[in-house]
Write a protein that binds this ligand. Structure first.
Ligand SMILES: [Zn+2]
Length: 336
């Protein structure tokens, strides 16, 4: 080997290594991107939600151009604040509209991530009829199909699994939806975000994950701030689950700050996610109704976190690294 080839070899190794590093992807409505390009992220927001019920909702319920006109300024607002990605958590039968999201992403330059999955909270009002008769496997097959072939022929792919269960001990229908999410995770590597609330249904879901061999790091415990016993959060985070505090408002700022300090003290800041669970355009209301924007975290929460002792690297961890790690596509399975 000549002396000259050594730098070339080193460069090749470096390229190979960095390609290996880039294998983690997140899936936006404009396709897969390296997880490292997620940037500053709001991990749980909504651009449109239609609460009319699974039997009546559909794309006829809103005009995409009117929604764009109303919603685009809120995306431009966060873009100006340095955000790159917004995870849109409205599931199918509640107003998920992939083409609308792509339109908003293209016009705003914000990367948007959409989902697959069903919302079985609120007495299953948002479940399609087939969900009651299908097995978990059949339900999962519908979701896996969307993950593999795109949503309804749009060429747009889901980037995570969004489900919801009751804020109470799980009913059979809730269990089925969680089981379908586990099957889908094992087939696709998509992360499961579960609208949950208190610890009881959260830990019941961890049991189902275990039965299916899915590691808790594939699971985001959404609305975990409904649980007031921080030991439960600690226990779940130590298992590997993502702990999401959602619906940030100026009124619960102290609670969010205290919880961040608590997680930092226990070395678990790397498992914490914050959101506004904000938005959204409401079909059927004049001009889409009231819209709760997405700037509170940047304008209020982050300065308060810094003032109480979090560092800039901690903020980067919460709003860049954690979402990147939580939403990267990859199977998280329990070791046999
Ligand atoms: Zn939500």
């Amino acid at each position: 080997m000549s002396f000259k080839t050594i730098p070339f070899l080193l460069l090749s190794i470096l390229i190979l290594f960095s390609c290996g590093q880039q294998e983690s992807k997140v899936i936006t409505v404009n396709g897969a991107i390296p997880a490292s390009e997620i940037g500053k992220t709001l991990h749980h927001e909504h651009l449109l939600v239609d609460f009319i019920g699974a039997d009546s909702t559909g794309y006829h319920r809103w005009n995409k151009n009117e929604v764009v006109e109303k919603v685009l300024p809120y995306l431009l607002e966060i873009k100006k604040l340095g955000y790159k990605t917004l995870v849109e958590c409205t599931p199918e039968y509640l107003g998920r509209d992939p083409e609308l999201l792509k339109l908003l992403s293209d016009k705003s330059g914000i990367q948007i991530i959409t989902n697959v999955g069903y919302y079985s909270a609120v007495n299953a009002k948002f479940l399609p009829q087939h969900a009651f008769t299908q097995t978990a496997r059949q339900m999962a097959d519908l979701w896996i199909e969307q993950a593999q072939n795109g949503i309804e022929g749009t060429g747009i792919y889901p980037g995570f699994i969004k489900i919801a269960v009751e804020r109470a001990p799980l009913k059979e229908i809730n269990k089925k939806v969680v089981e379908a999410a586990c099957i889908t995770h094992k087939a696709t590597g998509l992360t499961i975000m579960s609208h949950t609330g208190p610890a009881v249904p959260a830990f019941q879901q961890f049991e189902i994950l275990k039965e299916y061999g899915v590691h808790p790091s594939a699971f985001i415990w959404t609305h975990s701030n409904n649980e007031k016993d921080n030991n439960k959060h600690l226990e779940a985070a130590k298992l590997g689950a993502w702990i999401a505090f959602d619906k940030f408002t100026p009124d619960n700022q102290d609670e969010f700050v205290d919880f961040a300090l608590f997680m930092k003290k226990h070395g678990l800041l790397g498992k914490l996610l914050f959101s506004h669970d904000g938005g959204w355009y409401k079909p059927g209301e004049p001009n889409g109704g009231d819209f709760y924007g997405f700037t509170g975290i940047e304008e209020l929460l982050i300065p308060a976190l810094l003032e109480k002792g979090l560092t800039q690297p901690d903020i980067h961890q919460l709003f860049v690294q954690n979402p990147s790690e939580a939403f990267k596509v990859g199977k998280r399975l329990l070791k046999e």
